[in-house]
Design a protein around this ligand. Structure first.
Ligand SMILES: Cc1cc2nc3c(=O)[nH]c(=O)nc-3n(C[C@H](O)[C@H](O)[C@H](O)COP(=O)(O)O)c2cc1C
Length: 188
């Protein structure tokens, strides 16, 4: 069966460090029959959550924009890949907007009683590139995703990080090993 892979891309650079990680990870994945969709947050720029409360009483979101397309792709996919650089210990703003818009699934679960708000289960991975040799931001991003995914029928299998991209001697070989290990942990 064809496996549907959705990439949630947080980098503005089409040939940057994050993209290199993503391309290598896709090469490592074992499934042969696959369909890959990329939701490029810098191109689609979904609006930030305005905390209007609409999703506490209605399906979806009051803001009608590119998030509707993402919602559709998310519900369909077997594997979600979140690929992002670290900006100030977190996601770049367009991807952070997406994470905040996931609030509609929290409201669907806890205000509207939907169990689960997203029917089909999926696995997810986080691929992160970081200029500094420090894992603090990676841990914060992972924590944010685990919280959102807890009401999205989505299991974060693991994270691969490429640290120290700002250094001349950056750790691509280490990052490659992490990506290879993570690809083996996927069962989708
Ligand atoms: C606005 C901004 C904020 C950043 N903040 C951090 C940070 O908090 N920690 C870190 O390790 N790197 C930080 N970086 C560096 C990027 O995460 C790093 O260069 C990354 O590898 C870029 O990936 P890309 O080539 O996909 O854009 C920051 C870069 C920018 C532009």
């Amino acid at each position: 069966m064809v496996k549907k892979i959705l990439v949630l891309l947080g980098s503005p650079h089409k040939q940057g460090y994050t993209m290199r990680m993503l391309e290598y990870f896709l090469q490592c994945l074992p499934m042969e029959e696959r369909q890959v969709e990329v939701f490029d947050t810098y191109r689609e720029t979904p609006a930030p959550c305005s905390a209007c409360g609409w999703c506490a009483t209605h399906e979806g979101c009051a803001i009608r924009d590119s998030f509707s397309q993402l919602d559709h792709l998310l519900r369909e996919c077997d594997l979600l890949i979140v690929a992002s650089p670290i900006y100030n210990l977190s996601f770049p703003a367009p991807l952070k907007a997406v994470v905040d818009r996931f609030q509609q699934y929290f409201e669907a679960r806890f205000s509207r009683g939907l169990r689960p708000p997203i029917e089909k289960p999926r696995e997810a991975v986080l691929l992160v590139s970081a200029g500094a040799p420090c894992v603090e931001g990676v841990e914060i991003m992972e924590k944010q995703l685990r919280q959102s995914f807890s009401v999205m029928n989505t299991h974060l299998v693991g994270t691969a990080a490429w640290l120290s991209t700002d250094q001349r001697e950056n750790g691509w070989e280490k990052a490659k090993s992490a990506l290879e290990r993570l690809s083996l942990a996927i069962s989708a």
